[in-house]
Design a protein around this ligand. Sequence first.
Ligand SMILES: Nc1nc2c(ncn2[C@@H]2O[C@H](COP(=O)(O)OP(=O)(O)O)[C@@H](O)[C@H]2O)c(=O)[nH]1
Ligand SMILES: [Mg+2]
Length: 365
Amino acid sequence: MALQCGIVGLPNVGKSTLFNALSSAKAEAANFPFCTIEPNVGVVTVPDQRLQILEDLVKPNKLVPTVIEFVDIAGLVKGASKGEGLGNKFLANIREVDAIIHVIRCFQDDNIVHVAGGVDPVFDKEVIDTELQLKDLESVEKKIIRIEKIAKSGDAKAKKELEILQLFKQGLESGKNARAIEVEKEDLEVVRDLHLLTIKPVLYVANVEEGSILTGNKFVEQLREKVKEENAEVIVLCAAIESQIAEFEDQEEKAMFLSEYGLDESGLNKLIQAAYKLLNLITYFTAGVQEVRAWTIKKGWKAPQAAGVIHSDFERGFIKAEVIKLNDYQTFKTESACRENGKISIEGKEYVVQDGDIMHFRFNV
Ligand SMILES: Nc1nc2c(ncn2[C@@H]2O[C@H](COP(=O)(O)OP(=O)(O)O)[C@@H](O)[C@H]2O)c(=O)[nH]1
Ligand SMILES: [Mg+2]
């Protein structure tokens, strides 16, 4: 179940540069898959050191990481919600993704035209937010018209729904993103079918010039100040440099290049991991000699549902799960040594799978 993150932003902010860097990032091992499914959709391996740890311990024939997908969504412009600049098509693309990576230009380069004149991250963010909000407003208003008719006939449920829809309408009209509108969790059901654009989780990428990767710059400060109340993550990177970093196949050379910029990790790695977290995903592992593999689930999933990611039979016929914690595996080296030392716990249907668990499912169908 590869979830998708859409790369969104004004034209000329570095979205495609970032997407291309993600697409060409040489995986850490040859058998890590990467492919571009469509010109603007890329499957990206989620970097995870724990896989290497398990590989060293288990020495499997195959190592399979987990992946997420990135979609390069063409630049939105002011007026997109009214169809400006192929706006409707791009907004439809955003509707399909699970989370939004909003790239914001924080680099000064006179050779590269800024659509609105000067570099102004706060203004840029607002342009995009407004277009998405207008589109959401349209969706909410359409549903209001529909529900109003039912509410008029005295339907209590419709009346309640109408109230909630009005809250969203007011919020959007006042310039709020849907994700910031405070309603009860169960009330969100009322707008679920609308697939609102501004309800999707978001993180910001501040695309800076190479001299500011470590320190940030005044534009980054402005952006941080602006998004403070959103609790959203801001990742500072230089897309141009990331595309160079992504080209290295030799890990030592790559590390040297990174260290020249004072980095211990590429911005892309940070971004991929942040995106994974943004999607509310965690990883569990299966570790056998045939294959050591990372599996993606949503945080909070119980063991049977988590097992279902491997095969629906595992969920249907779930009996129990044997769970080893990674640090126990590291301490005792093998599964049998973990067993002898009482480090395998037997868990039932109610067990909530934790990030990093090494799972073995017992099932019967
Ligand atoms: N100086 C500088 N230029 C960049 C950077 N990222 C992208 N660009 C340039 O900005 C222009 C637009 O980039 P592109 O990725 O196509 O932007 P998009 O329209 O958002 O997809 C290109 O000429 C890029 O080379 C960066 O980090 N620094
Ligand atoms: Mg582009």
